[in-house]
Design a protein around this ligand. Structure first.
Ligand code: GLY
Ligand code: MN
Ligand code: MN
Length: 474
């Protein structure tokens, strides 16, 4: 078995090899027409497959929440990206040597099931709406595996995502090998398609950027609403419900991840999601919440005072984090690297920790000892897209572990933070229990970058002014 690392720059020559495998060079135009009905993402994926290959990409399944109820269905991101098909229990078969390269196996129409659990496209609807060459009932898939796989050199399939499907694929290989079928020709290489799809998903096209801007704008407005409405005595759950109701009202399918609504020292717990404590006068509130819009995520964090005014100590920590956040946004431009940005944030925050009296010593020694980890223990940001922690490698090559340079079309979060544990006796008493994170979503452009979430204020004076304006005068 071999796992391929895709090389984006190689895609043109792969396209040619793929086309040549499908026929003579004279056939290029005809084959281009063959693929023309497909989503551009799928066409680009096919162009990067090795010649005479087949890919099997499964949709997600519904997941049990408890007993006989399910979580709200969310499509698998890779499957969605390639096919745009929204239903569970489907499988895409992509065959670059066939005149019918794109097959979808889907749930058949079923009036009883549809009455209970919702509409289905069925075979006819799938053929009509999703640009596939053939559609069949999912019940037929197991019996068709050998027909699809035989005669191909390579299969693109990711193991360990769908264990039931893994079993079917392995049964196929077992059967071929045990029976030594002379006439059969099973694939001899198994590639993981993830590196190709991940690299594609990393570089957003104009349509994706538009959807991400919508997710970002809805989320930013939800944060502004939270700032306007929050006051002492409310519960974290009420802020959560305000934000999430707003997102749904504006067309988001919901949240892109569980909202973090942490008042007081709950803000020092990075993934605090209980969101059920009262908000106290004098405390800060950390809100990390983002909408999902047409499957694209936003991811915003703001930290603001419950009573509308930062205390002097809160403001000191806040301004350190804000300064680092703004400098790391400036750093998120073409040519700089993911690792360079992480190092930049560590250096700036270590300086900030010294300024606040949280750390003492030479900056270079503190960095070498990783002293900053006590108060800053996460990355400065991550890729954002269909998943909140989006697909795509962070290294250019696995051997040298060279960090990836930023390039136009990438969307990344910028989210430094400082978290001072409430029981940290080495920290100045006035800072204990303060947790601050500030997070924006940034699109790298040719000219520099664009902050997709700039509509929600982050300067402390601006936040205070916004909160004061929203409160009735006493
Ligand atoms: N809300 C998840 C994150 O910021 O990475
Ligand atoms: Mn994030
Ligand atoms: Mn976040």
């Amino acid at each position: 078995m071999l796992v391929m690392v895709s090389d984006y720059t190689d895609s043109v020559c792969r396209t040619r090899r793929c086309f040549e495998a499908c026929g003579s060079a004279d056939n290029l135009a005809a084959i281009a027409i063959l693929f023309s009905h497909m989503r551009s993402q799928l066409k680009r994926f096919i162009s990067q497959m090795e010649p005479n290959s087949i890919a099997i990409i499964p949709a997600a399944h519904e997941q049990t929440r408890s007993y006989d109820t399910e979580f709200k269905f969310r499509q698998d991101s890779d499957f969605w990206y390639l096919t745009g098909f929204p239903e569970p229990d489907a499988i895409a078969v992509i065959d670059n040597s066939s005149k019918k390269p794109f097959t979808l196996y889907v749930r058949p129409r079923d009036p009883l099931m549809e009455t209970w659990f919702g509409r289905r496209y069925g075979i006819e609807g799938t053929l009509k709406h999703f640009g596939c060459d053939q559609a069949f009932s999912i019940e037929k898939f197991a019996g068709d595996i050998a027909k699809h796989l035989n005669g191909h050199d390579h299969i693109y399939y990711r193991f360990s995502v769908d264990r039931a499907l893994d079993g079917q694929i392995l049964d196929y290989f077992t059967e071929q090998r045990v029976r030594r079928l002379k006439s059969a020709y099973p694939p001899h290489t198994i590639f993981d398609p993830t590196p190709i799809i991940g690299e594609m998903r990393l570089h957003k096209d104009a349509k994706e950027v538009e959807l991400m801007q919508t997710a970002a704008t809805i989320s930013a407005q939800a944060h502004v609403l939270a700032m306007k409405k929050t006051k002492p005595g409310m519960n974290e759950s009420q802020v959560e419900s305000l934000i999430e109701a707003y997102m749904r009202d504006k067309g988001a399918s919901g949240v892109a991840y569980n909202s973090i609504i942490g008042g007081g020292d709950n803000a020092t717990i990075l993934h605090y999601v209980e969101n059920n404590m009262p908000l106290k006068d004098g405390d800060l509130l950390l809100v990390d919440a983002g909408a999902e819009y047409q499957n694209y995520a936003a991811d915003i964090t703001r930290t603001f005072p419950v009573n509308g005014k930062y205390s002097a100590a809160q403001r000191e920590v806040y301004d350190v984090v804000l300064d680092v956040q703004e400098k790391c946004i400036e750093y998120t431009v073409t040519g700089n690297t993911v690792k360079g940005r992480q190092d930049h944030s560590i250096e700036l925050l270590t300086e900030g920790m010294k300024k606040l009296g949280l750390l003492k010593g030479k900056t270079s020694d503190l960095i070498k000892k990783k002293a900053y980890l006590k108060y800053y223990m996460h990355g400065v940001g991550h890729y954002l897209g269909l998943d909140v922690h989006d697909a795509g490698r962070y290294f250019k090559d696995q051997q040298a572990r060279n960090s990836k340079p930023f390039a136009p079309g990438m969307v990344l979060t910028v989210e430094p933070g400082l978290y001072i544990p409430p029981d940290d006796r080495s920290a100045p008493a006035k800072y204990r229990g303060i947790g601050i994170r500030i997070e924006d979503d940034v699109l790298v452009t040719k000219e520099g970058n664009r902050n997709l979430t700039s509509a929600v204020p982050k300067n402390a004076d601006e936040i205070e002014a916004l909160m004061a304006k929203a409160r009735p005068k006493r």
